[in-house]
Design a protein. Structure first.
Length: 313
């Protein structure tokens, strides 16, 4: 009887073990703003990768472009004892505090897209996944220079003034226009439009009301380029009469290029960045090592090759 009871108990235990799924690894994700087209694609890339990994679950939060809210979200992830954290940062200023909090808690943290302010001194269990911004604005502006024959006037639409990508992309523009082949292109004015289509449209509308002649609009992202295109159309000016350039090759950007309104963009593979961020977070959560900086290359997109990027979307 005793032997029977022992066997029954053992069998019940084995059945219970088999019926209990392996506990999922939880990754807390905080994204700078949910209304960003690019960051939406990034998040979708994370989610698609997580679905391929049955033991991984994402908990996604929207920082609503508020640095303090993002820090609070990281603190909440830590309190919830997530296995890893992924941050698409609002800006670089708040990242050292997030790195310190996560490191003190022994939780890996991975930064996506926007480099952390402490990129050069990241501790163990920390990584950055992104693209080298010195390529993005450089590719973009070299193509604009080529289309203008090295001469003309340009307006520049910038992202947030405290944002790393915006700062580097704008410097890329300046550096290219300082080269002998492109020095004939002058910047008429530059203004920050916060990555936003409506803000860019309003700024472009004001520029169009001035008497300044211009031959190109160079925007730090596709959304602002599209805003400029909308402003041109609103006053009856054909966007094809000027060179309009963006960055990111978003679906809307590619649609604008197909319509003949956007001349240049640069593909930043948000889907690949999202997947790589999840992969890095999972590896670090398992105690494995990963590259401290994981780079996803930029690629120039023009009307000649845009179809392959439209299919990739």
């Amino acid at each position: 009887m005793t032997t029977f009871l022992l066997r029954a108990a053992l069998a019940a235990g084995l059945l219970a073990t088999a019926a209990t799924p392996t506990l999922a690894a939880t990754i807390g994700v905080t994204v700078a703003r949910a209304d960003s087209v690019f960051l939406t694609i990034l998040r979708q890339g994370m989610e698609a990768r997580a679905k391929e990994l049955p033991d991984v679950r994402l908990q996604v939060e929207d920082a609503q472009n508020d640095p303090q809210r993002q820090i609070d979200q990281v603190q909440n992830f830590i309190a919830a004892k997530v296995d890893a954290i992924v941050v698409a940062a609002v800006d670089g200023d708040g990242t050292p505090a997030m790195t310190k909090l996560a490191t003190a808690a022994g939780i890996p943290i991975v930064y996506a897209v926007h480099p952390p302010g402490d990129l050069e001194t990241l501790p163990e269990k920390t990584a950055f996944v992104g693209s080298d911004e010195t390529q993005s604005g450089t590719m973009q502006t070299k193509e604009v220079c080529k289309l203008l024959g090295g001469k003309g006037n340009a307006y520049v639409l910038m992202g947030p003034l405290n944002n790393h990508s915006s700062i580097v992309r704008t410097k890329d523009i300046e550096d290219v226009l300082a080269t002998p082949d492109c020095a004939g292109i002058k910047i008429v004015d530059r203004q920050a439009a916060g990555w936003d289509r409506i803000e860019a449209q309003n700024i472009m509308t004001n520029w169009l009301s001035s008497a300044s002649d211009f031959d190109a609009v160079i925007a730090n992202n596709d959304e602002m380029a599209i805003g400029a295109i909308q402003a041109l159309k609103a006053v009856g000016r054909d966007p094809k009469s000027v060179v309009v350039a963006g960055i990111d090759a978003t679906p809307d950007g590619l649609a604008a290029m197909k319509a003949g309104d956007l001349d240049v963009t640069v593909f930043q593979n948000a889907t690949a960045q999202g997947a790589a961020s999840v992969d890095a977070a999972v590896k670090l959560a398992k105690g494995e090592t990963t590259e401290r900086n994981i780079w996803v290359p930029f690629e120039l997109v023009t009307p000649a090759n845009m179809d392959q990027y439209a299919k990739a979307k």
